[in-house]
Design a protein around this ligand. Structure first.
Ligand code: PEP
Ligand code: MG
Length: 323
């Protein structure tokens, strides 16, 4: 089987009926690029930059960050690289940036909320990203967006930093696409409004499931509520994808669900454009994708949304379909 997969390294990510998709990699550091290139990912769909901050004993400088972003972007040779601004807080603390003790860190001061509040940290990161965009197709993604105002503020700060850099380097950063993680239910529900203003969505199912079912993603006692196939969640995901396409925007996914074999026919049936996962899952997914017909998958989605009431119902229907 591994030998079969190896043949797919340079192959397109395509369904049985010839529809093209993108199968991308999630990375945490530039060192992960070896695997990305080895498996022939179509893109980097998520670079979790918080590891640059967590693996350091002080705030990483603009130049340190620039080097890291440049390295990743160059390694992709013109293929898209989605870099997410820092997602600190929640379960990812920084010892040199003391944050207040919180009763509910996952509902607290984290990610874009910190970035918009401590703007000098955010501006440093944005400058490094804009400078690195000269080396490939770099895209910027904001984590934990709940409201349109947050996106607009982040975009305004990005534009300010870009204008400053353009004084010495005209046109720099003008090709950068700006997107958001869809991982908070309010943003998913209101995707139609976001789709008019952003360039792309990436659905973060790890958090979207956590917040939709109100179940801490790291708490074993409530892990039964991690239900990626629950029709309530599927309806929400379909809504997000439809909203993106209505405005001609890209719908991606970068949570665990994007590399899940049972979810794949459902997501293909909904028309999800990009699937970003651990590099170790890329060839397996590309291989399965080749066997699936998107129209049949769309029929499966209709059937599931009409008849499934539980996570298990969906799982059974998909497994029957895959047989
Ligand atoms: C997610 O929430 O699904 C996601 C991809 O981001 P992270 O796992 O880093 O929170
Ligand atoms: Mg997340």
């Amino acid at each position: 089987q591994r030998a079969e997969w190896a043949k797919l390294v340079d192959a397109p990510s395509i369904s049985a009926d010839g529809k093209e998709f993108e199968i991308a990699s999630n990375i945490g550091t530039p060192a992960d690029m070896d695997d990305v290139v080895k498996v022939g990912s179509d893109a980097v769909g998520l670079f979790r930059t918080e590891f640059l901050y967590m693996d350091s004993s002080s705030l990483p400088t603009e130049d340190d960050q620039f080097e890291a972003y440049k390295q990743v972007t160059e390694a992709m040779n013109g293929k898209p690289v989605v870099i997410r601004t820092m997602d600190i807080g929640g379960d990812k603390p920084l010892n040199y940036l003391p944050l207040p003790e919180e009763m509910n860190p996952f509902l607290g001061y984290r990610a874009i909320r910190i970035s918009l509040d401590r703007q000098s940290i955010f501006r440093t990161q944005l400058r490094a990203l804009i400078r690195a965009s000269k080396f490939g197709q770099l895209r910027i993604m904001f984590p934990m967006i709940a409201t349109l105002d947050e996106f607009r503020k982040a975009k305004a700060i990005f534009t300010e930093e870009k204008k400053k850099l353009q004084v010495d380097d005209p046109g720099i950063g003008d090709d950068i696409k700006l997107g958001i993680m869809i991982e908070i239910p309010a943003a998913a529900i209101f995707a139609e409004a976001f789709a008019k203003e952003v360039d792309f969505f990436s659905i973060g199912t790890n958090d979207l499931i956590q917040y939709s079912f109100a179940a801490d993603r790291g708490n074993e006692s409530v892990s039964y509520l991690y239900q990626p196939y629950n029709p309530a969640l599927l309806k929400l995901i379909k809504h997000v994808i439809d909203a993106a396409h209505q405005e001609g925007k890209i719908a991606a996914m970068c949570g665990e669900m994007a590399g899940d074999a049972v979810a794949l026919p459902l997501l293909m049936g909904m028309g999800l454009d990009e699937y970003s996962m651990s590099s170790s899952s890329v060839l397996r997914t590309r291989s399965t994708m080749k066997t699936l017909n998107t129209e049949k998958c769309a029929e499966l989605v209709n059937h599931v949304l009409k008849h499934a009431l539980t996570n298990e119902d969906t799982e059974k229907m998909v497994k029957q379909f895959l047989k």
